[in-house]
Ligand binder design. Structure first.
Ligand SMILES: NC(=O)C1=CN([C@@H]2O[C@H](COP(=O)(O)OP(=O)(O)OC[C@H]3O[C@@H](n4cnc5c(N)ncnc54)[C@H](OP(=O)(O)O)[C@@H]3O)[C@@H](O)[C@H]2O)C=CC1
Ligand SMILES: O=C(O)[C@@H]1CCC=N1
Length: 263
């Protein structure tokens, strides 16, 4: 059981994925707030058995940790409301582009902050989460951060610049994989298999491929090569990737993501 008191500001997709992990890991003191969608707040409260509040500012002084899980654009306003009511809490944001420098600039001198970039697989305890602690984070607070991140999957400590550059690759790229999965599932359904079976086929193919990727013995180019028998069907398919300049497209995709987070 973990007794740290955690307030989460934001009750949307990422907040819920994190709450799910926290509850599974037996964090007992979790309170959640949002902007005003009362129905959503009540649903989160009952679904995950957490406390909720519509006045988070009144509860900050009771907390050990505040996790900001609302849009990047909401940070300016929320941090201005948070600063005057803080009493030494560790402040964590999961927002794209909101780095530790941004937080430190807007919070009282000496505030311990961290920038965390999870993905939605947190709901299954399978996120790969990147994090950067700010300069005032103590060893004990870093241990708390790692404990939280462990509850939602694996994690890696990196610097601010790396987090900016990797947000598209670990935060957003699940959507790229699901986009490809959707095309494959729809194609599979055309053969007459049900949606459920089509999803199982594609999910297991992705899971197996991820396991192979994790293998230390083979590089990724070799894995591609292994599937593409010379003159075979996969080689024919991969040449279409080249025809459509897949690598260039992925570069543009990642750049669009990076640039948006910087705005
Ligand atoms: N979705 C993802 O895969 C990932 C998201 N993130 C980050 O997580 C954050 C949230 O994204 P996501 O969960 O997808 O978004 P959602 O739109 O699903 O949820 C946003 C939540 O923030 C709340 N909110 C908005 N403005 C305020 C405010 N001023 N004060 C308090 N609460 C507010 C909303 O309240 P209400 O319920 O009232 O509308 C809502 O609960 C973003 O910063 C994003 O960059 C990071 C990694 C991955
Ligand atoms: O799309 C977004 O803005 C968030 C950040 C990374 C993944 N989802």
């Amino acid at each position: 059981m973990s007794n740290e008191k955690i307030l989460i500001v934001g009750a949307g997709r990422m907040a819920q994925a994190i709450i799910k992990g926290l509850k599974k890991a037996d964090f007992t003191n979790v309170m959640v707030a949002n902007k005003g969608n009362q129905e959503r707040l009540e649903e989160v409260e009952s679904r995950f058995n957490v406390d909720s509040t519509t006045q988070w500012q009144e509860h900050v002084s009771d907390q050990d940790i505040v996790i900001l899980a609302m849009p990047p654009e909401a940070h300016e306003q929320v941090l201005s409301e948070l600063a005057p009511v803080m009493t030494n809490q560790l402040i964590i944001t999961v927002a794209a582009g909101i780095d530790v420098s941004y937080l430190e600039k807007r919070l009282p001198e000496g505030t311990a902050v961290a920038w965390v970039m999870p993905n939605t697989a947190a709901a299954k305890g399978e996120s790969i989460t990147l994090f950067t602690p700010g300069k005032n984070v103590s060893d004990e607070q870093e241990y708390f951060i790692e404990k939280i991140l462990f509850s939602i999957g694996k994690f890696k400590k990196l610097n601010e610049q790396q987090l900016h550059a990797l947000t598209p690759i670990t935060g957003s790229a699940p959507a790229f994989i699901y986009r490809m999965a959707l095309t494959l599932i729809n194609k599979a359904k055309e053969t007459g298999v049900s949606e459920v079976v089509a999803k199982q086929l594609v999910a297991q193919m992705i899971r197996g491929s991820a396991e192979m990727l994790n293998s230390e013995l083979k590089c990724t180019a070799d894995l591609i090569d292994e599937v593409a028998s010379p003159g075979g069907v996969t080689a024919a398919a991969l040449s279409v990737f080249d025809q459509y300049q897949f690598d260039q497209m992925m570069n543009d995709v990642l750049t669009a993501c990076y640039e948006r987070a910087k705005q």
